[in-house]
Design a protein around this ligand. Structure first.
Ligand code: 28G
Length: 334
């Protein structure tokens, strides 16, 4: 075989690889549109809001990586959503493997990370970039704007397919950086409703601010008459969540107990307060996800609290040697 032949062969090979990868991209989008519930749980109002959570999640990942400090969420007058962060901006470099900008790949390739490796149902938070292509596949249009390296880039999609390939919008200040995503949910998918609920959005955005201390999240509803920006930023993290939950109740302690610790890359945060409420409120989370069914983090906390309060009760003489130990319910009641 001549050099020319080899070159021709590799060219043909590359073309075949390219075609195969493009087919995989389209198959991935088709899979999401065919069975949206596999990726976002349902196509009800809950599923609709899941689109927003997925995009916010990507911004939070960029904050957890130490780059984004602010995430702005806006519901536009037409009920589409814009999310902006001030992170590094999604990479725009052309990838060797695909010949396409990383930005396009992030929004079109169904990344692994779910139940079935192929990007199936997402169970936990913090799985980088799984959500972007799912949101794209389930939106009539998506526009992403990236600011980095002194330039502003744009790319647009329609129902998951590239509409306008990545282009340079223009120059930006050399030190400007961030990502802006605008998407409109597809009414062909969300047949029940495509109307976002400001209450649902605010509740979760506030919660994410409690759970990610120091991160600024804002919410603006342009559909409202007074489209003012609501800002959520809690330097004290979940201790402020406890204060928020205790509003309207008498508290035993002047301020909530708050403990934070890290080991082997795992951070644990605990906050508690005793109030005059009859019922105990115990909320637990793992990676920003509310764990309603508990887990080892929750049972470990309960066991630790019971042990610590019993040790103190014995040492201080509140409990005599002959007294039974306090049970879990006892130490969780004021
Ligand atoms: C505004 C709404 C939602 C995001 C970033 C930043 C990076 C990134 C996002 O990387 C993963 C792709 C291939 C390596 C990472 C930037 C490293 C260096 C990033 C967002 C990284 C994608 N510089 N900010 N993704 N790979 N914000 N906000 O989506 O190259 S997504």
């Amino acid at each position: 075989m001549s050099d020319k032949d080899i070159e021709r062969e590799t060219k043909a090979q590359r073309a075949a690889e390219y075609d195969a990868s493009q087919i995989q991209v389209l198959d991935g989008l088709e899979a999401v549109r065919k069975r949206p519930g596999m990726y976002i749980g349902s196509t009800s109002s809950q599923g609709l809001h899941h689109l927003v959570w997925e995009i916010i999640d990507n911004g939070i990942d960029e904050a957890l990586a130490g780059f984004a400090t602010t995430i702005d969420v806006t519901v536009e007058a037409d009920n589409s959503v814009t999310v902006v962060d001030d992170g590094r901006g999604i990479p725009v470099d052309i990838q060797k493997k695909t010949g396409k900008p990383a930005l396009e790949t992030v929004y079109t390739v169904l990344h692994a990370g779910g139940k079935f490796g192929g990007g199936g149902y997402k169970v936990s938070g913090g799985l980088h970039g799984v959500g972007a292509s799912v949101v794209n596949a389930l939106s009539t249009h998506v526009e992403v704007e990236v600011t980095r390296g002194g330039k502003r880039y744009g790319i647009t999609f329609k129902r998951g397919r590239v509409d306008k390939p990545m282009y340079v919008i223009g120059d930006a200040p050399a030190d400007a950086h961030g990502t802006k995503v605008h998407f409109a949910p597809d009414p062909d998918i969300f047949t029940e409703t495509t109307v976002f609920d400001d209450k649902v959005l605010v509740r979760r955005i506030r919660e994410l601010a409690f759970l990610n201390k120091g991160l600024r999240l804002t919410f603006t509803d342009k559909r409202a008459d007074t489209a003012e920006k609501k800002e959520f930023l809690y330097e004290g993290g979940i201790r402020h969540y406890v204060e928020y939950l205790d509003e309207g109740h008498e508290t035993l302690l002047p301020e909530p107990i708050y403990v934070e610790g890290s080991q082997d890359g795992i951070t644990v945060e605990v906050s508690l307060q005793y109030t005059d409420d009859f019922k105990t409120t115990l909320l637990t989370f793992a990676n920003n996800i509310h764990t309603i069914e508990g887990g080892t983090h929750e049972s470990g906390f309960k066991a630790a609290l019971t042990r610590v309060v019993n040790n103190y009760a014995r040492k201080s003489g509140v409990l005599k040697d002959s007294d039974d130990a306090l049970g879990g319910d006892d130490v969780r009641e004021a």
